[in-house]
Design a protein around this ligand. Structure first.
Ligand SMILES: [Ca+2]
Length: 314
């Protein structure tokens, strides 16, 4: 086994290279035939070993990146009219998609019943103007688009995982299990991830204690020592999503611009509920437009060893 994660030297300007866990190389069965079509078929896939952040990138970590680089996230910039010629001019302002629970049962075919484009929503103000993250420093950062995740990874000397790497890591060494911890959603009644219990999008029973995001590592790690691989926030991967005709994505809002490339996001979020989007599982996947940020999508990074065994900084 390669040297311990804490031997990964810090990349220039990055204090973040520690706090990673080793995911061993090997073959695993990727996908699932039990749930949604896009997860099929189950196939054997081999990945090389790598280090992975033990939890999603937090607000505090992202803040360090922004302070160091001056990075301005996509949500904090006004969309260009030329990019969105058909858009309502009132929506061409900085902002992001924010979830709002409905008052009662709604048509689940219309994601507009719970997603709103909120001006001024960003990683600093997750619920728009007037909101803040003062009490959420250890929550996953949200309202980050794909380019923001890529920029962070480059700064940290890391990379985003491929879908296979991500799913291998999420399974934690278990084979053909529904969840990152086994087949039983709540073993001995214990909640293992931040999901949605009750009828989405109006009745959140909060059996896991959290309505929105939760502090990272509030739930037990999987077999590789990784927290929050499923639930809490969806995570960007480096995998391009090949669109196939079929039902629109559910808990990840579809965007009007069909020309916008999509990336695979993994892991499900605190909004995934059994009655609507049972995607808090390693095999679950959705395509998300690269220009989209939301209150339930974040990311984490990996470091791949180089061929001589030392960390390979990207
Ligand atoms: Ca929850």
């Amino acid at each position: 086994m390669p040297s311990a994660p804490d031997s990964v030297p810090a990349a220039p300007g990055s204090p973040l290279a520690g706090n990673m866990a080793w995911v061993p190389d090997g073959s695993f069965l990727m996908g699932s035939e039990e749930f949604y079509p896009e997860e099929r078929p189950v196939r054997e896939v081999r990945v090389e070993g790598f280090w992975m952040d033990v939890h999603p990138v937090t607000v505090a970590e992202f803040r360090r990146f922004v302070k160091s680089t001056g990075h301005v996230t996509l949500a904090e910039r006004a969309p260009e009219r030329t990019e969105y010629p058909d858009a309502d001019p009132e929506l061409l302002v900085p902002g992001s998609l924010v979830f709002r629970a409905s008052r009662g049962p709604v048509d689940l075919r219309n994601v507009g019943n719970w997603w709103s484009y909120l001006p001024d929503a960003s990683w600093r103000c997750p619920e728009g103007a007037g909101s803040d993250v003062y009490t959420r420093a250890r929550h996953p950062v949200v309202h980050v688009a794909y380019e923001d995740a890529q920029a962070y990874a480059a700064w940290a000397g890391k990379a985003l995982a491929t879908e296979a790497e991500w799913e291998r890591a999420a399974r934690g060494g278990l084979e053909r299990k529904r969840f990152a911890w086994g087949d039983d959603f709540a073993p001995d009644g214990r909640m293992m991830a931040n999901t949605w219990q009750g009828e989405f999008p109006w009745q959140n029973l909060l059996l896991d204690g959290y309505a929105g995001t939760s502090p990272v590592a509030a739930f037990p790690p999987n077999g590789y020592g990784l927290h929050d691989m499923t639930g809490n926030v969806w995570e960007w991967t480096s995998e391009h999503f090949h669109h196939e005709p079929g039902p629109a994505p559910c808990c990840a809002p579809a965007q009007p611009g069909a020309h916008i490339p999509r990336q695979v996001i993994k892991g499900g979020s605190h909004l995934c509920a059994p009655n609507y989007c049972l995607r808090y599982r390693p095999a679950a996947r959705q395509g998300e437009a690269i220009d989209t940020s939301t209150s339930h999508i974040g990311f984490r990074c990996i470091v791949r060893p180089s061929r001589d065994g030392s960390p390979d900084h990207v």
